[in-house]
Design a protein around this ligand. Structure first.
Ligand code: CO
Length: 131
């Protein structure tokens, strides 16, 4: 069901600040996008077959803003690419997995859904079906 690690999400307070580190490491920002539904601004930096996603909150009460408040900057989520997100969600739900999203929603580059960290040993997992 999972085809690859699509990206690793890193919560940052300021993309313009944080991107400098990754650029110093030789990565390049290919996209910066506002994802209004999730109240975040994201920047993608490809690395090999996967990407680093910098995630900056655009409002003080978004999920990522709360994460930053509680835990500070750092690794926020792991995103796996799946072929069919509806099938993946149905299978996971049948296995008793807690889902944040029962229905996929629109992400930066396709439909996404998050699994609840309470049923994933503390890792926020995002699934993406690329469009
Ligand atoms: Co992501």
């Amino acid at each position: 069901m999972i085809t690859k690690v699509d990206h690793i999400g890193i919560a940052v307070r300021d993309i313009e600040e944080a991107r400098r580190l990754y650029e110093a490491l030789g990565l390049k920002v290919t996209h910066v996008k506002e994802v209004e539904e999730q109240q975040v601004r994201v920047a993608f930096l490809p690395v090999g077959d996967t990407e680093v996603e910098l995630v900056q909150p655009t409002t003080a009460d978004s999920g990522v803003a709360r994460f930053l408040e509680k835990r500070g900057e750092g690794v926020h989520h792991l995103c796996f690419e799946v072929e069919d997100i509806e099938v993946a969600l149905a299978e996971l739900q049948a296995q008793g997995m807690r889902l944040i999203d029962r229905e996929p929603r629109q992400g930066a580059f396709g439909r996404v859904a998050f699994l609840h960290p309470k049923s994933t040993h503390g890792v926020l997992i995002e699934l993406v079906e690329k469009s």
